[in-house]
Design a protein around this ligand. Structure first.
Ligand code: GLA
Length: 377
């Protein structure tokens, strides 16, 4: 792209992917989540280009880019462009201060791996544009408009967890976020001598393919049935297992399974927070396994490769717990592994995985990191 020849970026922004300790698919059910940013980031560089409307966005990793005009933003056939276009569309709804810009991005966040490369992309872009054009958007505006961009342009009716974690995280902490009130607190994470290890199945998921939105609709179906008997219920956040069992006869078995997973997961998040505060990592590990069981059997968002890795981890006393992480259907498992045993565990898991699933396993260690930040101004 031509702009690269004379590119003089005035701002560098780093926007991270995220992990989630526990609380999966609870965000759009108004429950709790426990995510944090990781050191894997997308680096954005920005310059204003003096034009009113013309913008260039270039991905260094893919060696490809595109030009767009701010007065003609529409959905693209190229998937990653929609994350950019969606954000620009949402910003334009909120302010008329956006002008032409050039931007490069270089990503170290694995795509389709359940660590939310999409939120990193949306939030980093919005964050940078907010800075260079002085748009006056708050961090929460950036979180919410990025989530809206995913709904409208990428087609995934995601919750708020990923964007919130990407922007708001604090090094060394996880965020306990109440997805109903959006109240949150930072919880210091002291897990030594254990570490957070992510095993990537390299089965790439695509949440926009529909299953994610179907889960969301099934939960809403459950809420509608519950509301007939319990009018005070606004979401599964307000429901208990007793209430659900009360209306079981009127619920499709699949919808019942989806709802019961969510109701149980809601409690597990709070239990995990208590256990973390008491440094009871064994308990946290047990909860991770319970969550995986629910995601796999009741919510049905796992896949054979994720199930294999979680089951395999149970052979190791040095692994306290494991589960699939993120939207599901592929991506990573999150594992709590003793620091002295990481090498042995990863080596054994890689060999077994390759033999059983005929795929290469990749892995990395995740440590709770800072959210989206400005590097150079
Ligand atoms: C995806 C979505 C999030 C959340 C998770 C599952 O990452 O973007 O909002 O629902 O799946 O917990």
């Amino acid at each position: 792209m031509e702009f690269l020849e004379n590119f003089k970026p005035e701002l560098t922004v780093e926007s991270p992917g995220r992990i989630n300790i526990i609380g999966e698919h609870t965000d759009y059910n108004m429950g709790y989540v426990l995510p944090t940013a990781i050191e894997k980031k997308i680096t954005f560089k920005f310059q204003k280009n003096g034009s009113d409307n013309i913008c260039h966005v270039y991905s260094m990793g893919y060696d490809t880019g595109f030009e767009l005009s701010l007065d003609k933003i529409e959905i693209s056939k190229v998937e990653w462009e929609n994350y950019v276009l969606g954000v620009l569309n949402e910003i334009s709804k909120r302010t008329d201060k956006l002008r032409g810009f050039d931007c490069t991005l270089e990503s170290h966040v694995p795509i389709g791996s359940g660590v939310s490369s999409s939120a990193a992309l949306e939030c980093g872009l919005a964050f940078g544009l907010n800075e260079i054009f002085d748009l006056g958007l708050s961090k929460m505006d950036i979180v919410e408009l990025s989530q809206a961009a995913e709904h409208t342009y990428a087609g995934t009716k995601c919750g708020i967890m990923d964007q919130f974690a990407s922007v708001m995280s604090k090094e060394g902490h996880v965020i306990l976020l109440d997805c109903e009130s959006l109240e949150y607190s930072y919880i210091p994470i002291h897990i030594q001598p254990y570490r957070i290890v992510l095993l990537n199945t390299n089965v790439s998921h695509n949440l926009a393919s529909g299953e994610y939105n179907i889960r969301r609709a099934q939960c809403e179906e459950g809420v509608a049935v519950l509301q007939k008997k319990f009018p005070g219920i606004k979401s599964l956040r307000d429901a208990s297992m007793d209430m659900l069992n009360d209306v079981k006869g009127e619920l499709d078995q699949t919808v019942y399974n989806r709802c019961s997973y969510i109701i149980q997961e809601k409690t597990r998040v709070l239990e995990a927070v208590e256990a973390l505060k008491k440094d009871n990592l064994k308990k946290v590990g047990e909860l991770l396994y319970e969550t995986h069981e629910g995601l796999s059997k009741m919510y049905e968002v796992s896949c054979p490769e994720l199930d294999f890795l979680v089951e395999f981890s149970k052979k190791f006393d040095t692994v306290l717990g494991a589960r699939m992480m993120g939207g599901g259907f592929g991506g990573c498992t999150i594992n709590l592994v003793h620091e002295d045993a990481i090498e042995e565990f990863v080596k054994a898991a890689s060999a077994a995985y390759e033999k059983e699933c005929k795929l290469k396993l990749t892995w990395f260690e995740a440590s709770p990191s800072q959210g989206t930040s400005i590097i150079k101004n």
